[in-house]
Each structure stands twice: as C-alpha cells, then as structure tokens.
Design a protein around this ligand. Structure first.
Ligand code: PRT
Ligand code: MG
Length: 212
C-alpha cells in the first residue's frame, strides 16, 4: 500500500495533473466528500487528506509514504526524516513582510525601532529579522495575520502573498521579500528504501510533468 498525504484546496487541485501523469486518479473529490482517506484507481494507492501544516508530520512518522507541502510549511517544520527529491513548482507565492499603508517601515528599521511582527511562521520571521540585525517581538498567530496591524496587535506581519489582493483589501503594503515559495514532494526516508519499486515511478512521473 502506498499512502500519499495532501491538503485540500490549492495543493490538491494543483497536484491532480501530477497524479494523473503517474496514472493515479482519486475516486472522490475531497471538497465534496467528508472522507479523510480517498481511494484511487489503484487498489494499493490511497490519499489521506490532512491540514497543510500536518503533511510533514504524517510523512516523517511514516503514516504516509509521500506528501506534498509548501516550502513555508517545511521550513517551519524543520524537515527532519524527510527526503525532498523534487520542487513541484505549484502553489507558488512569496513570503513577505507587510505593514500598514503609511507606516514608514524602512525608517523604523533604520532608527533601530523594536518592531512587533505577527505571523504564522515564527521561525522564518525570527531568522529573517535576525539576519538583518532587526530586533523584533514575534507574535504567533494561526491565521488572518492581516488583521493584526489594523487593530494594534502588531506593527507588521510576515505572511504569504500571491495576488496581493488580501494585503490591498486590508490597507497593507508589502515592504520586504523574504523567500519564494512553492510546494515540494516529500518522501519518508525508510519508505523510499522499502517501497522503492512503487515510489520511484511516482517521483519520475511527477518530475517529467513539473512545469519549469
Ligand atoms: O487554509 P488553512 O488554514 O486550512 O491551511 P493553510 O493556509 O495552511 O493551507 P492552504 O491550502 O491555504 O495553503 C497551502 C499552501 O499553499 C501554503 O502552505 C503555501 O505553500 C501555498 N500558498 C500559495 C498559499 C498561498 N499561495 C496564499 N496566497 N497559502 C496561503 N495563501 C494565503 C495567504 O496566507 C494570505 O492570507 O492567501 C492570502 C493571500 O493571497 P493573495 O492572493 O490575496 O495575495
Ligand atoms: Mg489557507
């Protein structure tokens, strides 16, 4: 049995063509089904639907053999026990620092102000500001980071940006680029050895289909 961990939404949608290239077709759509284990056209391949941030944990512990996770999630997780053979170039976005329109972020940094920064990504944020020598208080949130500067919880946020529409709708402006993000194929290291004959063709089919 081969188990592949995916999150529903953009990662699932953008993974479907890659799965199809490996001739793996889910039997159900996770948006309409309440099932967390989805069968496929192969009796010995199944998909498990988990939160995006939980994908590395399932693969690390071998509860899933393969998974697909954003680089944001993988950096925060740390990646222990995971083989990362392939950048899938899907679910692309940028990790950015954003601040309210009219807040002079550059001046605040230059004057050595201590900034409070709200984010779902405390490790990435701490590392970014430490490398720049900027003192920050990181406030961990689990979502809706854009709200924090609007109600005085933080001076700035560290979040993912794709179209920029969410920042704009909340009167925020990107002020610093941290990282380009895309989703990676991750493989349990023990499974790669023990189930090599089943896993290798999936990696190869994905690699042949990745858009560059
Ligand atoms: O949503 P949920 O809380 O269940 O989980 P999640 O947000 O962890 O999962 P999901 O499915 O939303 O995101 C999965 C992965 O997609 C992330 O780990 C990223 O690698 C990738 N990705 C790509 C994004 C975005 N683009 C993105 N735009 N993840 C989130 N966003 C959010 C962003 O946080 C912000 O709130 O979309 C908003 C900004 O979008 P724009 O288009 O308005 O700029
Ligand atoms: Mg989301």
């Amino acid at each position: 049995m081969l188990t592949i961990a995916l999150s529903k939404g953009r990662i699932f949608d953008e993974t479907l063509p890659l799965l199809a290239a490996a001739n793996i077709i889910p039997a159900e759509d996770p948006e309409s089904s309440r099932k967390l284990i989805l069968a496929t056209n192969h009796p010995d391949v199944r998909l498990v639907i988990v939160r995006a941030t939980d994908v590395p944990t399932y693969v690390q512990h071998g509860a899933a053999d393969l998974g697909i996770a954003g680089r944001d999630v993988l950096i925060e997780h740390g990646g222990a026990g995971l083989y990362q053979p392939l950048d899938l170039n899907i679910a692309c976005c940028k990790m950015m620092v954003a601040a309210p329109n009219g807040f002079d972020y550059a001046a605040a940094v230059q004057h050595g102000a201590r900034l409070s920064v709200a984010t779902k990504y405390p490790n990435i944020a701490r590392e970014h500001f430490a490398a720049k020598g900027v003192h920050v208080d990181v406030i961990k949130l689990y979502g809706s980071m854009e709200l924090a500067p609007l109600v005085g919880l933080a001076d700035a946020i560290v979040d993912l940006v794709s179209t920029g529409g969410t920042l704009k709708a909340n009167n925020l402006t990107p002020v610093e680029h941290i990282l380009d993000i895309s989703s990676q194929l991750i493989v349990n290291q023990a499974a790669l050895k023990l189930k090599h004959a089943a896993i290798r063709p999936v990696i190869d089919a994905f690699a042949a289909t990745v858009k560059r």
